[in-house]
Design a protein around this ligand. Structure first.
Ligand SMILES: *Cc1c(COP(=O)(O)O)cnc(C)c1O
Length: 403
């Protein structure tokens, strides 16, 4: 009976709109002390009335808390909300996006197993796999992003996981999620999409048949540049060993952090609508500007992935990458330094616009040849459009480019 009620709630919740889900999903209607907001349980441990209660908990596997590393009531609320947003059964929350992907790979891969990446996938994820999982006998292959034939050709009997980001960062290439998931299903291999840039507002990889979705909740989900968190969503059964291992490795959030994430999620749809509108307007402005050599944005018809993006995405996000025409690294840095509204910082997806020159911010110490191979020219700028007013962002870029 208890189960039926839960299922009813899930069915009702998934039929609702995104903001209704953001505000209400995963929460009890009537809470502790009749508070409208969820309480923050600052508990490292949970007490038992007596020895019999401990034994009953263990024998009956009662759904209560035991120790902070294994779970917290606030964490469960956020996990249910995030699962609902992605149309998934379950979510496992971590202390950062990297902790989430490391947790999934450690739980799922054994010595001798192989993983295939599209090569534009987040560089720290590829580094974790190729440098660190390699120490435990896991083999990493990388094929060009969007080359499905190369990915299929790299699959063999040891392949356990296909991984891609979509859209990718900073080139904003978009994966055909159904084709990617189909490759996995055809060969009996699980699939993982890092949809941090896509967000559950713009893309729904679970609905396209992908097994696991990763979000760095540090970005659009938290949305305020004030927290680090990460999440893996998927089916309860496939995530069971992942959740178990998290209880051992302990990459969990503090109770205050869950609450900040829950609070940030309430306005997720509203923020995404503005991020998408700002990204599109800024991309269109830059595309027409005589000082701009090239704009990478999937919402522009000139973008090589525009057709796939239009079919599979609700909006195209707040991240815009562009090249300054005939500019060396110094002239490009001058544009970054003249901008008045966006702040110079790594990261993306928050309410404050952030700007950076990838050469300086992320690739400064990388040998030139490697950087060229990653497609990071000296005159590239990456702008994460926040939720400021569109006209102000466009006017600011206009003055910065006049310089
Ligand atoms: C930031 C980011 C990550 C890592 O997330 P953290 O929360 O910083 O650990 C992973 N993937 C993508 C695409 C990201 O942008």
């Amino acid at each position: 009976m208890g189960n039926m009620k839960t299922n009813d709630r899930t069915a009702n919740e998934t039929a609702r709109g995104i903001s209704t889900t953001c505000v209400h999903a995963g929460e009890e209607r009537q809470k502790e002390a009749s508070s409208i907001t969820d309480p923050i349980f600052c508990a490292s441990t949970y007490t038992f009335a007596n020895t019999a209660a401990v034994i009953e908990f263990i024998e009956k596997k009662l759904p209560r808390e035991e120790y902070g590393r294994y779970g917290n009531p606030g964490e469960k609320v956020v996990e249910r909300k995030l699962a609902a947003l992605d149309g998934a059964e379950a979510a496992v929350l971590y202390s950062s996006g990297m902790a989430a992907v490391a947790g999934l790979l450690l739980a799922k891969l054994n010595s001798g197993d192989e993983v295939i990446f599209f090569d534009e996938c987040y560089h720290r994820t590829r580094e974790f796999c190729s440098k660190h999982m390699a120490r435990f006998g896991v083999v990493t292959h990388q094929v060009p992003a969007g080359d499905y034939d190369a990915m299929e050709a790299a699959i063999n009997k040891n392949t356990r996981l296909l991984v891609s980001e979509s859209p990718t960062n900073p080139h904003l290439s978009v994966v055909d999620l159904e084709r990617f998931a189909g490759l996995g299903r055809k060969h009996g291999v699980e699939t993982l999409i890092d949809a941090t840039l896509g967000t559950p507002y713009n893309v729904q990889p679970i609905g396209a048949g992908v097994d696991y979705v990763l979000h760095s909740a540090t970005k659009y989900l938290g949305g305020h540049n004030d927290l680090l968190a990460g999440v893996i969503v998927g089916s309860e059964e496939q995530l069971a060993p992942v959740r178990k291992l998290r209880g051992i490795t302990g990459a969990v959030n503090s109770p205050h952090n869950f609450y900040l994430l829950e609070r940030g999620l309430k306005t997720f749809e509203l923020r995404m609508q503005r991020h998408n509108a700002n990204g599109q307007a800024v991309a269109e402005f830059l595309h027409e500007h005589p000082r701009i050599e090239k704009v990478y944005y999937p919402g522009l018809p000139s973008h090589p992935y525009h057709e796939i993006a239009s079919r599979t995405m609700r909006g195209f996000g707040g991240l815009v990458t562009f090249l300054i025409k005939d500019a060396d690294w110094r002239a490009t840095a001058d544009v970054v330094d003249r901008v008045q509204i966006p702040r110079i910082a790594p990261s993306l997806g928050g309410v404050e616009s952030l700007i950076e020159q990838p050469l300086v911010m992320s690739y400064y110490e990388m040998p030139v040849e490697d950087r060229k191979r990653f497609g990071i020219p000296d005159n590239m700028i990456r702008l994460s459009c926040g939720i400021e007013n569109t006209e102000d962002l466009v006017a600011d870029l206009k003055q910065a480019l006049q310089g």
